[in-house]
Design a binder for this molecule. Structure first.
Ligand code: UDP
Length: 479
């Protein structure tokens, strides 16, 4: 096998959800898994995508696969490989389905040539593993072109699209036209939102499943206050001596002990915030659509316009100086840094641009966990978003969240109940006003946070996700 690799997911037990969801909900998931197991009669459910690390899809696969395997299903995960040119084309497709121009290339016949021949080589390797009757869940545009070969080999194919645009435009149309050649024969598809389903597949073949988070992963697991504090002090995000006994340890997903060893690279004018200083936090990749720059400007406006309480802003993302798989990262960070330098010193003294260490994924995750837990307000002022995992992560930690009313975020937050939605995320005046309102009213902030956690418990945890998957796979087996 040159291109295709198997990823091993840690087996996890659904049992841990009982205290959160009750015995009945967990039992329903278990018996659905049992029925599917019987019907598959030794068949395997394969997931195929293009990466085992980085990004929301890989994060979800690790956890969902673990729970499905824990429930007795033979679910496996394969990644495909490809040339730089193949991934340039799939990145272009990714942008197109989001309604963006990306590198503006044409997705013409020569692109089909590269795309199809690369996937043809992967399909040869996949056919040695996948047997007739197996279920294959293909994820995202990178794998869509495998569908015809796998269908011809007798597999039952499902395609899941994790991206989408609320409104169509020329790029969206171009992307779907490209993929139609490979997807038209697929009878079962999954999208994250109704509005992401393209017109040509609004014929009963599409199901809607919203993403979920893993309440027990390193990113989301409960951390007590001393641990939060010592992690944030250790990495340089908070001031002060850490508590007497070092608590910057954590439990890795394979149950071995981990320790936060690295520090964040933080750019700031003055001191790190004290534990008591309320923090406004946005955690995201340094991507123009996450609008870190807008968050900085809106924060600055808030401090200038309102008699703002003592409050600091932390903009945190991956270290752009490390090996980056995000080619736009350094330029976006640079733009935010330039704007920071132009802010009045009184503002700059309250702003922290943090690049988190990424070498150890779980170390990174526990730092994000601690930072989200410590935030007074979490912001996700995205200008475009398929589904914002950071929003759900912060809601699960009972934080009040202010987010752009774009894409899936509109399904995640009910405005004014479980968070605050910014109708126009480019309107910095409104953002500044809302930020001030939440910071000035801790009891309403606490109400928003409590409702947010409850909403995630009801709708955005992995058990719901698995049950929906089970239902769709059941229908696929009926077909
Ligand atoms: N993330 C992280 N470290 C960072 C920045 C982001 O672990 O420095 C995580 C974040 O917690 C979330 C994911 O990356 O789990 C981003 O998913 P989201 O859906 O918010 O945005 P995407 O990056 O997929 O567009």
């Amino acid at each position: 096998m040159d291109l295709v690799h198997e990823v091993h997911a840690q087996i996890r037990s659904l049992e841990r959800f009982v205290p959160l969801l009750g015995e009945a909900a967990v039992d329903e998931a278990r018996s659905l898994a049992h029925r599917l197991h019987e019907r598959l009669a030794g068949g395997v459910i394969w997931n195929v995508n293009s990466t085992a690390v980085g990004g929301g899809v890989a994060e979800m696969l690790h956890s969902l696969l673990g729970y499905a395997r824990g429930a007795g299903l033979d679910v496996r995960w394969l990644t495909i490989g490809g040339s730089l040119e193949f991934f340039r084309i799939t990145k272009r497709l990714h942008h197109a389905l989001h309604g963006e121009r990306g590198d503006g290339s044409l997705l013409d016949e020569s692109a089909h040539e590269v795309y199809a021949s690369n996937l043809g080589r992967n399909a040869l390797e996949l056919r040695e593993l996948i047997r007739p009757g197996d279920v294959v869940l293909l994820h995202d545009p990178q794998t869509a072109g495998l569908a015809p070969t796998l269908l011809a080999a007798g597999a039952r194919v499902l395609w899941r699209c994790h991206i989408g645009a609320d409104e169509t435009n020329d790029d969206v149309e171009l992307g779907w036209r490209f993929l139609a050649r490979y997807l038209d024969g697929v009878g079962c598809m999954i999208f994250s939102r109704e509005s992401y389903v393209p017109a040509r597949y609004r014929d009963g073949r599409a199901s809607i499943i919203q993403p979920s988070i893993d309440a027990f992963s390193t990113k989301n697991v409960e951390l007590d206050e001393p641990t939060v504090r010592s992690i944030l002090v250790h990495v340089g995000l908070l001031e002060g001596p850490p508590p007497a006994s070092p608590r910057y340890t954590f439990v890795r997903s394979d149950d071995t002990p981990g320790r936060v060893e690295r520090s964040a690279d933080v750019i700031r004018l003055g001191r790190a915030p004290a534990w008591e200083t309320p923090l406004v936090v946005q955690v995201s990749r340094w991507d123009p659509l996450k609008d870190m720059l807008g968050v900085l400007r809106g924060f600055s406006l808030m401090v200038q316009n309102h008699a703002a309480p003592e409050v600091d802003l932390v903009l945190a993302g991956p270290n752009v100086r490390a090996v980056a798989d995000d080619p736009e990262g350094p330029a976006v960070f640079e733009a935010v840094y330039r704007d920071f330098l132009e802010q009045p010193p009184a503002i700059r003294a309250h702003v922290h641009l943090a690049m988190l260490p990424t070498a150890d994924v779980e170390e990174n995750a526990v730092i994000v966990n601690a930072l989200q837990r410590h935030a007074a307000v979490v912001v996700q002022k995205s200008l475009h978003e398929g589904f914002g995992l950071t929003v759900t992560e912060a809601m699960w930690k009972a934080r009040p969240v202010i987010a752009g009313a774009v894409g899936g975020i509109q399904d995640q937050i009910e405005d004014g109940v479980s968070g605050v939605l910014l109708r126009d995320p480019t309107d910095l005046g409104t953002f500044a006003g809302e930020l001030h309102r939440i910071l000035a009213d801790p009891s309403s902030a606490a109400r928003l946070g409590a409702a947010a956690r409850e909403r995630v418990r009801e709708r955005f945890l992995g058990v719901r996700h698995l049950v929906q998957y089970g239902a769709v796979i059941g229908r696929l087996l009926d077909a």
